[in-house]
Design a protein around this ligand. Structure first.
Ligand code: ADP
Length: 617
């Protein structure tokens, strides 16, 4: 079951990835389709534009052609009516007339810029020509085989494009028959034919210069004018043999072998054409217009490259725009997603913070309640402690009462003895001894009063009260006084090394209480020791305080107890012997006095060190 978990977890991811993949695929197809559509539409629009422009150019080209052809249409007719021409035809041997006609033809040809003007007799023999005086003169040549002659003879007029058989120069031959003056109307005889040869070659140069691809074909489909020289005198399609024969016979296009421009195609080319021009190939849309009266067709070939390139450009731009849009949409989607995730995260965070805040305020409330409780407990404890201090004091009082009792009983017994003996000495009249006894008795009562005073002071419940300079030695002496009996009974050697100038700021009674505590503890510790030695050593501390070490030769404080000995009620003594309050009360008192109390081991036993602020004398 466990190994199924990752797959379970992976499958939503896979579904998501698949969905993203499908979306991207659809987007890619859409962009591709858009690009293709943009390409096709732009290409079609471009081609339309090219077609429209082609048609316009074609109209102009045809008009120019028409103008070039029509410009000299009248000229043969006018010349056919010329009397001199007619006279020359009537008498071809009239030399002077021939010279006149030659000169006239030459002058007119030069003035009107036609290639040649010439006159043939009824047999096609050239009598006169504008180029009569040139090496390639038509004079004397017979053009009876040329269609323009035959047609003019047959119909009275002719128009024919062909390559000149003498000059090898192509041109439009416009022929006009000169009729016999008195001939019967129809089928009348012809005396000769006047021909004007118009040079149309110049048009081609103009087309070329304008960068236009224009072709003009004749009725048989042979191109005879073209912006590209390579296309000239060639049919678009292979010609039937008879047609080829006819053109060859008439030498219409000189020696041209009439190689087809398009090869053996299937039917007519529609819309587009591709023509070889030298090493390159020219292809594009083709438009045509017919000139029915001449049997010609003018073709205009417009390259589609620019339209194609523009379509590519637009398609590219569309594709890029599509991609950019897709990226922008994707980025916006991602941004939206990120924002949503951030919002969710922020909401979760706020929820968490609110929860934490709630938890915290609850914890705070709990803590406050606890603090209040603690304060209450502390106050109670402090009250108890105050009680305990007092109780501790009373307990100490109880503990030492035996010693005190002893201390007072002894002087009392001594007093009794002195009194009895004094009475005896008085009866004997021994005044000296009586005076000495009385003196001793006074001393004894003084001692008793002293002890009682200590007792009173110790039992008095005092708070932090009035501090005054206290002589350390005096305080130690007072405490020792209270223990004198016990010290003697337990055979304790006491060394007190306290300089007389050792003055501290303290409450005398409380200081004595502390010292008494420490000394009682020391005596307790030395109870079973082979040697009992209590030492009180004072020394000046750095700064303005005094240190008093209370050391004994007991067993010392075990390390495991060291941390506890200042705790209230910590005691190692048997029940009834110790309450465990001595050190805790002492350290409280010392702290009240602005000093410190610490414990350690040194030499054979424990060393309790008391530090108190020094007081100036
Ligand atoms: P109590 O004397 O009633 O036991 P204290 O607070 O005065 O209470 O002392 C606590 C404990 O510290 C004693 O029970 C004892 O174990 C230890 N202690 C105090 N002073 C000495 C000392 N001089 N040597 C060894 N142990 C000591």
């Amino acid at each position: 079951m466990r190994h199924a978990q990752p797959a379970d977890r992976a499958s939503p991811l896979r579904t998501r990835l698949a969905r993203v993949g499908a979306r991207r695929g659809a987007l890619a197809v859409a962009i591709l389709a858009l690009t293709l559509a943009a390409f096709l539409v732009t290409l079609e629009a471009g081609r339309d534009q090219v077609r429209r422009a082609s048609r316009q150019r074609l109209v102009i080209a045809e008009a120019v052609m028409r103008a070039a052809v029509d410009r000299f249409q009248y000229l043969p007719t006018v010349l056919a009516l010329d009397t001199e021409v007619q006279a020359l035809l009537a008498d071809p041997d009239a030399t002077a007339r021939l010279a006149n006609v030659n000169a006239k033809f030459e002058a007119i040809a030069r003035a009107s810029d036609v290639a040649a003007i010439y006159l043939m007799d009824a047999h096609g023999l050239t009598l006169s020509a504008s180029n009569w005086n040139q090496p390639m003169s038509f004079v004397g040549s017979s053009y009876a085989y040329r269609p323009y002659f035959r047609e003019a003879v047959a119909t009275g007029a002719s128009r024919y494009f062909g390559v000149g058989s003498t000059t090898q120069q192509p041109g439009l031959f416009i022929g006009k028959a000169v009729p016999v003056p008195v001939a019967p109307a129809a089928g009348g005889r012809v005396r000769g034919v006047v021909v004007v040869k118009v040079d149309l070659e110049g048009l081609q140069g103009e087309w070329r210069r304008a960068g236009e691809r224009i072709l003009v074909s004749d009725a048989a489909g042979v191109v005879f004018l073209a912006s590209e020289p390579a296309w000239k005198y060639r049919p678009f399609r292979p010609l039937p043999a008879a047609e080829t024969e006819r053109i060859r016979a008439a030498q219409q296009y000189g020696d041209s072998d009439l190689t087809p421009l398009l090869g053996d195609g299937r039917g007519d080319f529609a819309g587009t054409i591709s023509l070889a021009a030298g090493s390159r190939s020219v292809s594009g849309l083709v438009e045509r217009v017919a000139m029915p009266d001449l049997g010609w067709t003018v073709w205009y070939v417009a390259p589609t490259g620019p339209a194609f390139r523009q379509a590519l450009l637009v398609a590219g731009a569309t594709g890029i725009a599509g991609l950019a849009l897709a990226f922008a949409l994707a980025a916006a989607g991602q941004r939206r997603q990120r924002l949503r995730a951030e919002q969710a995260m922020r909401a979760a965070l706020e929820r968490r913070v609110a929860e934490r805040t709630h938890d915290l305020s609850q914890a705070n409330a709990r803590l406050r309640a606890e603090i209040t409780e603690r304060e209450r407990a502390t106050a109670a404890l402090r009250a108890t402690q105050d009680e305990l201090i007092h109780a501790g004091r009373l307990a100490a009082l109880g503990q030492i009462s035996t010693a005190i009792n002893h201390e007072i009983n002894q002087p009392l017994a001594a007093l009794r003895t002195f009194l009895a003996s004094t009475v005896l000495f008085l009866e004997r009249g021994d005044e000296g001894t009586v005076r000495r006894n009385l003196q001793r008795m006074t001393e004894v009562t003084q001692r008793i009063a002293e002890i009682i005073r200590h007792l009173k002071d110790f039992a008095r419940k005092t708070g932090p009260g009035h501090c005054e300079p206290v002589r350390l030695a005096a305080a130690a002496e007072a405490a020792l006084d209270l223990l004198r009996v016990r010290l003697r009974a337990e055979d304790v050697a006491v060394t007190c090394t306290i300089p007389p100038d050792a003055l501290v700021r303290a409450e005398p009674v409380r200081l004595e209480q502390v010292l008494l505590n420490l000394m009682v503890n020391a005596l307790d510790a030395m109870r079973g020791a082979p040697e009992r030695h209590l030492a009180l050593t004072a020394s000046r501390e750095a700064g303005s305080s005094w240190r008093l070490a209370v050391s004994d030769s007991g067993g010392g404080i075990p390390p495991e107890h060291m941390a506890q000995i200042f705790d209230p009620f910590f005691t190692t003594k048997a029940a009834g012997e110790g309450l465990g309050l001595g050190l805790s009360l002492s350290s409280l008192i010392v702290r009240d006095l602005g000093g410190s109390l610490t414990a350690g081991n040194g030499g054979p036993g424990a060393v309790l060190t008391l530090v108190l602020p020094a007081a100036e004398a």
